[in-house]
Design a protein around this ligand. Structure first.
Ligand code: F6P
Ligand code: MG
Length: 455
């Protein structure tokens, strides 16, 4: 049997955890301080202002604790079941004392966002305030170019689809293109988006553009996901799920892939799984999907290509209204627990319910970096370990899992033998001290599949 390696830890200078906890987390908390401070003045009630000041003080205190490497305390919130999970895990960790700058990365990162959220939950006027909402929307607003391009491309696609049903070969090409867009939608570097129209896709230029980003995809199981989609075509019910990652532009690409799947009849239902609270700064809550649609209709933000944008919004709204695109949320996604807990055996925190729910899906698309870390347990796997090994029991869970992930953290699996060494050397040759950190740069990606029928 395979030995499960240990987690990544914050005090490991060769891990991206190190820089994350020392540099990135204090900035994220400071940004929250600034956001609440400016938001304070918009409240009229004195009580609300006072409450806001309490939150600001708590956030400042948290920032100091981070910097000073304070000890992690249990939440002790018996009325919030999901926080009991955090306390149980904390107790079970092998170290007698866990601190911000030395403890396990994944656990502490989840803990950080829950703690921030708790500050808000405790203040009645602020309990459903999303401290990251301004940032999410500002970033979306500034993605104008990519947003226009995809809206134009989608309307063109739809026109051609209505004129003539595409054959299987062109459907497959389109699937590759839309998956590619959806994958790189997770990267901060939006320049990878090819501005191809439906016709271009078959042209040398479109193929070349795709080739260029293709070499940065280090493992690619897309064929298996395509075969899985083909195998269900005779069914009445054909359903794809998305375990979502970021709101804004990435979610926009999720919607575009969904439209492709629905319009071509490849599936008849798409389910989006959203977070119940602000999470990892940019993750998608149900209200963020609605905000995205209303923001797309903002003429000041997006004055051009109105025909294309309005068309897109109306298509999506119709699917939402008819229940073809369904928005769901669960507390499970903001637990500390990794996704090995998506199992009938996890009955305490809803892992069993998520498992049951996802069994109804013909393909579960799992987006982004954090979700990938939870799939693989955020453990120090040799990077040539097969994905189906690194996801532990999920490999025989019956779930068809399809991970689209740009690499922004250490854990990575499914690479050909020797590839990691090659990239480490390349990364050092660019003047970086730690070669392994190529994997946290967001420049590479993996597309991985598990059919759920055993490794
Ligand atoms: O360091 C990687 C990181 O910033 C983590 O904090 C988190 O796991 C992740 O990236 C967020 O990225 P994504 O939105 O792709 O999950
Ligand atoms: Mg995210």
């Amino acid at each position: 049997s395979i030995k499960v390696p240990k987690h990544y830890y914050n005090n490991d200078p060769t891990s991206f955890a190190f820089k994350t906890c020392q540099e990135r987390w204090p900035v994220i908390v400071q940004n929250a301080v600034d956001d609440v401070t400016s938001e304070l003045n918009k409240f009229n009630s004195k009580e609300a202002k006072e409450q806001g000041k309490i939150i600001v003080a708590q956030l400042k205190d948290l920032k100091q604790k981070l910097i000073n490497d304070a000890k992690i305390e249990p939440f002790n919130e018996p009325n919030v079941p999901s926080l009991n999970s955090y306390d149980e895990t904390l107790q079970k960790l092998p170290e007698s004392e866990i601190t911000w700058l030395t403890g396990p990365w994944l656990y502490l990162e989840c803990y950080l966002y829950r703690l921030i959220n708790l500050f808000f939950l405790k203040q009645s006027h602020w309990s459903d305030f999303d401290v990251f909402e301004n940032l999410k929307r500002e970033t979306f607003k500034s993605s104008t170019f990519g947003i226009y391009e995809l809206a134009i491309q989608y309307r063109e696609f739809k026109k051609q689809l209505d004129a003539r049903k595409p054959n299987l070969d062109s459907l497959e090409l389109l699937f590759r293109e839309f998956v590619d867009i959806c994958l790189w939608g997770n990267a901060t570097d939006l320049s990878l988006l090819a501005n191809a129209t439906l016709e271009d896709i078959k042209s040398v230029q479109g193929a070349e553009a795709r080739k260029k980003s293709e070499k940065n995809i280090l493992a690619n199981d897309l064929d298996q996901a395509w075969q899985q989609l083909l195998s269900i075509q005779k069914n009445d019910q054909k359903r794809v799920d998305f375990v979502l990652d970021n709101a804004g532009f990435e979610n926009y690409t999720d919607l575009i892939l969904s439209l492709f799947l629905l319009d071509t009849g490849m599936v008849n239902t798409v389910v989006f799984h959203c977070k119940t609270r602000p999470w990892m700064v940019s993750d998608t809550m149900i209200k963020d999907v609605h905000l995205l649609l209303s923001d797309l209709q903002n003429l000041e933000w997006f004055p051009e290509h109105r025909i294309d944008l309005d068309f897109l919004v109306s298509e999506i709204s119709t699917h939402l209204k008819n229940g073809k695109i369904i928005l769901k949320e669960s507390e499970f996604w903001t637990l500390d627990l990794d996704y090995w807990n998506i199992s009938p055996l996890e009955t305490k925190y809803g892992g069993n319910l998520i498992h049951k729910e996802l069994l109804h899906s013909d393909l579960v698309i799992i987006k982004g970096d954090l979700n990938y870390r939870k799939l693989t347990g955020d453990r120090q796997w040799d990077r040539s370990t097969p994905f189906t090994v690194a996801i532990d029991g999920l490999n025989k869970s019956g779930l068809k899992l399809f991970a689209l992930r740009t690499c922004k953290a250490d854990v990575c699996c499914g690479l050909p033998k020797g590839k990691n060494e090659e990239l480490c050397e390349y990364w050092r040759s660019l003047g970086n001290e730690v070669g392994e950190l190529w994997c946290s740069s967001g420049k590479w990606a993996v597309i991985s599949y598990s059919d759920g029928n055993g490794a």
